[in-house]
Design a protein around this ligand. Structure first.
Ligand SMILES: [Mn+2]
Length: 354
């Protein structure tokens, strides 16, 4: 079944006769158009892609199942008012449309009712098809390769920003269109900040170095974290690393269809709690990845949604000790029929650099 057919099936279930897509990832997912600046208007007999002069040719080439409409000098909202005169129950992305745009949508569909259905497309996106999995595999491979390359160049005295830049260069050279988020390169005490983006701090001997980065390949994201040690580790460094690794392996082992996000989270979290570091693991175990770097379902304490084959999630526990440092290890896994396949291949045994 095509994505458009799946979409319409979902619209039937939600009892709506039209849906407006403004989130670029959702538009790309349904239409194939990667230009970003488009509004989709989908009914049971129409699939329209509203864009402007700059993107007409690209949209025609990328979105063959959609009728491409040049909104010209009109806004997408006034065009929607024209094409959507019959619509009675119109779904939209309540988690994306701004307050101002919501007012314009209301004016455009003055005759009908607007329903916030933010999960409609993201629900479809959560299970990846083979072509999507293939692109994610490529994005993961590019990041794995960057880690292996950059590992050879890391030395004390280098700034975190230089390391971040080297990761990006490596991935761009390998075909990535860019990084999938602002990279985290956090060394020494900064490694206790789960989201410490690369700074001008120089890495030194006796420090952990956490690198959390990823590539975008043909629209699809990867996400990997590796923590290495520079210099001579103390027992505590090894112990914290081994604890995080044990939690990560247990988390991966727990990923399977039928499990909820919170069940999987609990398994990895249990390992860290058992070791006495529960208070130092303050974030969720993982999230889904696809056209966006953070998608649902998640793996965390609250996630009730159930994993299904074809979902792609990260498993990324960490321990962060204030004024000391932290460790996080993250892989991407594909949920399969009877468990999961780890897509990330970069080494994750305790790596000690000179
Ligand atoms: Mn992540």
């Amino acid at each position: 079944m095509s994505r458009l057919q799946q979409m319409r099936q979902q619209m039937l279930k939600d009892n709506i006769d039209a849906y407006v897509v403004m989130r670029p990832e959702n538009g790309r997912y349904l239409s194939g158009f990667s230009g970003g600046e488009a509004t989709l208007y989908i009914t049971f007999d129409k699939a329209l892609l509203l864009t402007d002069f700059r993107y007409i040719e690209q949209a025609k080439a990328q979105a063959p199942d959609f009728e491409i409409i040049d909104a010209g000098q009109q806004t997408h909202f006034s065009k929607l008012a024209e094409v959507g005169q019959q619509a009675q129950r119109v779904g939209f992305e309540g988690d994306f449309v701004t307050y101002l745009d919501f007012g314009k949508l209301k004016d455009a569909f003055a005759q009908g009712e607007l329903l916030s259905l933010p999960d409609l497309v993201s629900h479809l996106r959560s299970v990846k098809d083979d072509s999507e999995v293939e692109l994610i595999r490529q994005a993961v491979k590019i990041a794995d390769n960057a880690f292996n390359e950059v590992l050879k160049t890391i030395e004390s005295g280098q700034t975190e920003e230089e390391i971040s830049l080297n990761l990006e260069f490596s991935m761009r050279r390998a075909g990535a269109s860019g990084g999938s988020f602002e990279f985290i390169v956090a060394s020494g005490v900064r490694s206790c900040m789960p989201h410490g983006t690369a700074s001008s701090k120089r890495v030194q001997s006796g420090e952990f170095l956490t690198m959390d980065f990823g590539a975008i390949y043909q629209g699809y994201c990867s996400d990997i974290t590796r923590t290495v040690f520079i210099g001579d580790p103390e027992d505590k460094h090894r112990h914290i690393y081994e604890t995080v690794l044990a939690a990560q392996l247990a988390g991966i082992q727990a990923v399977a269809p039928g499990k909820s996000g919170k069940e999987v989270d609990a398994v990895a979290r249990g390992v860290i709690e058992q070791a006495g570091y529960g208070d130092y693991f303050g974030h969720g175990l993982g999230h889904s990845v696809g056209l966006a770097i953070h998608e649902g379902p998640n793996l965390n304490k609250r996630e009730e949604r159930i994993l299904k084959p074809g979902m792609v999630v990260t498993v990324e526990p960490g321990i962060y000790i204030p004024d000391w440092g932290g460790v996080r290890i993250e892989d991407i896994v594909l949920v399969t029929e009877n468990g999961c396949e780890v897509l990330t291949k970069a080494p994750k045994d305790f790596i000690v650099l000179e």
